[in-house]
Ligand binder design. Structure first.
Ligand code: ZN
Length: 460
């Protein structure tokens, strides 16, 4: 769960189609309406997308190891540029396409046209059309501006008045503004977590671009299916950053039927097979994490089975509270609070196991615990669209009135649900929000530890 209202992940939004436009291109006439290839609500300018993307490049390249092989680099870059030139929408970006030396099957795009494809994608793709499908999908995230759309929605939720005052106006550093909101720029950045709505749109752009480039337009979804079935472990991060939209295949098939007869339906090229052969002959990627990647920040692999919580508790002194936690857990401090999690308990930037505490200041001056908790839940729901309240009870913490809210949510672990127990209690000038989280199947095993932690909680 993304517990801090300021750090949502996977924010979903409704893609409003509005009036359907009839897109008519010189070479192709469409029998039916095409989906609108139009970016959503955005507070950033296109130049700011590039500025944000450049900041991301600097951070990401501290965290990943790039593949240095001029032949493969050139091949991927040429292919990417060719596809970007054929994508719908405004494609006026300084496109760069780089290969990450990792066998995880993943690809991601920073705002402004900076695209990274893992070596694992090239090794797993059966032909050029499948690789092109992944790249065209990433291009879709750029041209539809999904990263800054996501950040814009969060800003609007967090500081509507500041936005009216023009926080993103000239003279202010847009990256500084994002940092203030707690948005980081590395591989776990919110800018890379796509909602299912964004995914669907990137699918449409990807499929359309494949078609325009003369590839079999089915190749993109075909490859997603291969990743899911053949490489479930290597593909975990991909499906975490690019969650499967509902009816993915059906929607893409619908679009393909609207595109008309296939132009060439090309699938492969000798260049692709040569690049793949080169990669398979190269030494394996480095196993150890490169320096600069913080441990316990969640970038490490899937939190499938973190070690059991130690029965030895140690104290953590926070801003206005003290809590005890198992001594084999890791502490990750943030601007607004702290995450306490077993090693590997944070997956893909969101917490799958452990506890987090943050001070929440409700927007209104006079408020009660129930209202403030409701407001917090509303703001959490923006980043956790499937969050559901199961039960709410009141309790006392060291004599103070508190609320315990049991929640069900999507786990950051693909395909899993999680249980969250949110404890809210008023402090001197804010509300402390303590969340215990574990996948549904594991929550019982953590209950005793969570209870001990709650019992240890002291407030200022
Ligand atoms: Zn995607």
């Amino acid at each position: 769960m993304s517990t801090q209202a300021r750090r949502p992940r996977g924010k979903d939004y409704i893609w409003r189609v509005g009036l359907a436009a009839l897109v008519v291109l010189p070479t192709v006439a469409f029998a039916a309406e095409l989906p609108r290839f139009k970016p959503g609500f955005n507070l950033f300018s296109q130049e700011q997308d590039i500025q944000v993307g450049r900041e991301g490049v600097a951070q990401v390249e501290k965290e990943v190891t790039l593949l240095r092989d001029p032949a493969v680099e050139r091949y991927v870059s040429d292919l990417g540029r060719r596809l970007a030139g054929l994508a719908p929408g405004n494609t006026d970006y300084p496109w760069t396409f780089k290969v990450v030396n990792s066998r995880d099957i993943n690809a991601f795009a920073l705002p402004g046209g900076f695209i990274y494809v893992n070596r694992g994608v090239l090794e797993a793709a059966e032909d050029e059309a499948q690789l092109a499908g992944v790249m065209a999908h990433e291009i879709g995230h750029v041209t539809m501006r999904h990263g800054t759309h996501q950040a814009s929605q969060m800003m609007l939720a967090q500081m509507p008045l500041a936005i009216l005052g023009g926080v993103l106006g000239k003279g202010s550093s847009v990256t500084g503004q994002l940092a203030q909101l707690g948005i980081s720029f590395g591989v776990n950045s919110l800018l890379l977590k796509n909602s299912r709505g964004a995914e669907s749109q990137a699918d449409e752009v990807g499929t359309y671009t494949l078609y325009q480039a003369g590839y079999d337009p089915k190749a993109m979804v075909q490859f997603f299916g291969i990743i899911e079935k053949k490489y479930p472990q290597q593909g975990l991060q991909f499906f975490s950053d690019h969650p499967n939209p509902e009816n993915r295949i059906k929607k893409v098939d619908q679009l393909i039927s609207q595109l008309g007869p296939q132009q060439q339906g090309r699938t492969d090229s000798p260049e692709f097979q040569a690049a793949k052969k080169r990669l398979l002959a190269l030494p394996p990627p480095p196993k150890t994490k490169p320096a600069g990647q913080p441990s316990g920040s969640g970038s490490s692999g899937p939190a499938v089975n973190p070690p059991a919580p130690s029965s030895q508790l140690v104290k953590y002194q926070g801003d206005g509270f003290v809590i005890a936690y198992p001594n084999n857990w890791e502490v990750q401090q943030s601007k607004d609070g702290v995450t306490l999690a077993p090693p590997g308990g944070v997956f893909s930037g969101a917490q799958a196991y452990g506890a987090s505490l943050s001070n929440y200041v409700p927007p209104q001056e006079s408020w009660g615990l129930i209202d403030a908790t409701k407001q917090l839940l509303d703001s959490l729901r923006q980043s956790n669209p499937n969050l559901r309240v199961v039960k709410q009870t009141s309790l006392k913490i060291k004599g103070r009135a508190a609320l315990s809210t049991l929640l069900e949510n999507d786990s950051p672990l693909p395909g899993q649900k999680e249980t969250d127990r949110l404890i809210t209690v008023r402090t001197k000038d804010a509300m402390l929000a303590l969340v215990f989280v574990a996948p549904q199947a594991a929550f019982e095993a953590y209950r005793a530890t969570f209870d001990r932690m709650l019992k240890s909680l002291e407030l200022r």
